[in-house]
Design a protein around this ligand. Structure first.
Ligand SMILES: Nc1ncnc2c1ncn2[C@@H]1O[C@H](COP(=O)(O)OP(=O)(O)OP(=O)(O)O)[C@@H](O)[C@H]1O
Ligand SMILES: [Mg+2]
Length: 497
């Protein structure tokens, strides 16, 4: 299992990549809070007045004594009686002014600096000057020192407090730290699989192949298969599945995953496409009735499909289409429905049985295992199941999904790790690759590019051979000979050829 005690840059980047929404939310919330706090604080203005303290002649007081003698002036300025008198004179609350006044004589200086900090710029300057006047008047009775205002206070134009940019900046730094910490904590609470060994341990099934994360996938199946890494991975999977299925013939294969978006439809379509390139007859069924996506993935026009076949509204022959991909590929898309009820349980098995008789391989794209029971229902009806797992999937989801399959005793051929890391996608993705036993790219590059191969003997293969005598001309959909209203499965009794 992953080392859960280590937190390095790679772990932090992974946590942020996987939990970026949560991290962004925390970041924005904390920063907005700090910003709002900074800008709702009341402004404070500071006015400063400088009073020069001068020794009186013939007193023997030197400039060096001023700093010490000036302390009584500091005390005078901040004394409650002085503050009270000045506050009453200028019409300011006494305690407010008491909290706002400060004075000092710096060591070695002959100047008394009086500072007043209030919320109103003009009152601030008035208060500072009034205090300076009081000091000058007080010095009138001092035999040693005379006082004179050398720099009166002017009305401040900018607030001296709060330091809003500083508060907002500090808020930003705290927001980044908190967002990172939250992402890390959440990730720690939901550990993810990091290696093939972990996946095998969690699911009890081997990793049969890795499909790298690739932009080519977004450009359609043909483009994805043309991508050396993705195409190589799918061809390797095809070979591995063929090898895996030698024990017993596998004609119907369900492609599933624990949660949505792991790449079931992409993998199912790529695999079907890739097998069909070997002149095999492949039926690709979209059995994700709630969120069908094969039509989108294969860019097929909307038309009735599996749902309508299961409901008896059309036949497989009418609904299936050869509009996508190589000659041997026949696709049964579907329209969506919110509630599937018993539709799959009641009618899919017979459809699959007949399809297995008519086609060399039937690949079934399914809904996510943890989103309902449709996927396990389908898995029980297929000869074998391929689990697609997104690289870095949560351990708990994966083990729940594997348990769901084992509970119905589905025959799981293995796991396909999807969206694995490739170095060329930059540092973030490289971090994942470091955590995988053998980097995906290395494997894909090392994998020999399969030559256009002939398929294996029919008895044991996922991709059965097409006897020359039955190899079809450029594929046409099974002839839609059934009439509307004809019993659903009736066309299934008809050979596909
Ligand atoms: N290896 C990959 N590299 C890049 N993008 C990928 C890869 N595999 C899948 N995707 C993209 O991820 C998205 C989800 O893929 P897909 O629809 O195949 O997942 P799914 O498991 O069928 O999802 P759902 O459960 O919603 O049907 C698609 O946009 C697809 O293009
Ligand atoms: Mg899908």
């Amino acid at each position: 299992m992953a080392d859960n005690t280590r937190v390095g840059p790679a772990e932090i980047l992974d946590a942020l990549r996987l939990r970026w929404r949560l991290a962004a939310l925390v970041l924005v919330a904390v920063f907005a809070g700090a910003y709002a706090y900074a800008y709702t604080l009341p402004s404070q203005y500071t006015a400063k007045v400088i009073v020069s303290l001068t020794p009186r002649p013939s007193t023997g007081v030197g400039a060096s004594d001023i700093a010490q003698l000036g302390q009584q002036y500091v005390a005078y300025v901040t004394a409650p009686t002085t503050v009270r008198r000045v506050a009453d004179r200028i019409g300011v609350d006494r305690s407010t002014l008491g909290d706002a006044v400060g004075a000092d004589v710096a060591t070695g200086s002959v100047n008394l600096t009086i500072k007043v900090q209030l919320r109103t710029p003009r009152t601030t300057a008035v208060a500072a000057n009034a205090l300076a006047d009081a000091v000058v008047a007080f010095a009138g009775g001092d035999p040693l020192i005379s006082a004179q205002v050398v720099s009166p206070a002017t009305v401040p134009t900018d607030p001296s407090k709060p330091r809003r940019k500083l508060i907002a900046g500090a808020g930003g730094v705290i927001a980044v730290i908190l967002a990172t910490a939250v992402a890390l904590l959440v990730e720690r609470g939901r550990p993810r699989v990091r290696s093939s060994v972990e996946i095998a341990t969690v699911t009890g099934h081997d990793v049969l192949g890795r499909v790298p994360l690739s932009r080519s996938v977004k450009r359609g199946i043909a483009a994805a298969l043309d991508d050396p890494l993705v195409g190589g991975a799918i061809r390797s999977l095809r070979t591995v599945l063929d090898h895996q299925a030698r024990e017993s013939a596998v004609r119907t294969l369900a492609v599933t995953s624990s949660v949505p978006g792991e790449g079931k439809s992409t993998v199912a379509a790529s695999l079907a496409w890739s097998i069909a390139r070997l002149d095999a007859r492949v039926l690709l069924i979209d059995a994700d009735l709630r969120h069908p996506s094969l039509a989108r993935v294969l860019e097929l026009p909307p038309k009735p499909g599996l749902l309508e076949v299961l409901r008896g509204e059309t036949t497989l022959a009418r609904a299936a289409t050869t509009a996508a991909g190589p000659d041997g590929l026949v696709v049964l898309p579907t329209s969506g429905v919110a509630e599937t009820g018993d539709l799959l349980a009641r009618n899919l098995h017979a459809l699959l049985r007949q399809a297995a008789a008519d086609y060399d391989v039937v690949i079934v794209d399914t809904p996510p295992l943890l989103a309902g029971d449709d996927s396990t229902t389908i898995a029980t009806m297929c000869d074998a199941v391929l689990m697609v797992v997104t690289s870095g999937q949560q351990i708990r989801r994966l083990s729940d999904a594997a348990r769901a399959l084992s509970a119905v005793q589905a025959r799981v051929l293995g796991v396909l790790l999807n969206r694995t890391d490739v170095p060329s996608y930059g540092y973030t993705y490289r971090t994942l690759a470091r955590n995988v036993d053998e980097p995906a790219v290395a494997e894909a590059e090392d994998a020999p590019e399969p030559a256009p191969e002939r398929i294996e003997p029919r008895s044991h293969v996922v991709v059965p051979p097409m006897p020359a005598s039955v190899q079809r001309p450029p594929q046409a959909a099974p002839t839609p000979s059934a009439e509307p209203g004809e019993p659903v499965m009736s066309d299934l009794d008809r050979p596909n050829e």
